[in-house]
Design a binder for this molecule. Structure first.
Ligand SMILES: [Zn+2]
Length: 57
């Protein structure tokens, strides 16, 4: 099962640019808001983050 954006809940595509926050929630970069999300830990395309963080499938 693919991971969904924590804000809009649309399934992430491998070439989407996403943020990973401190509690390991993935959001589209254009969905992220400092008011509703935790501070950003990392960023990149979904595909790049799957290679760095083994918990992201
Ligand atoms: Zn989104």
């Amino acid at each position: 099962m693919r991971i969904h954006c924590g804000v809009c809940e649309i399934e992430l595509n491998y070439d989407d640019y996403v943020f990973l926050d401190e509690i390991n929630t993935l959001t589209h970069q254009n969905c992220y808001s400092l008011e509703t999300n935790f501070p950003i830990k990392d960023l990149g395309t979904y595909e790049q983050l799957t290679k760095v963080y083994c918990f992201i499938k």
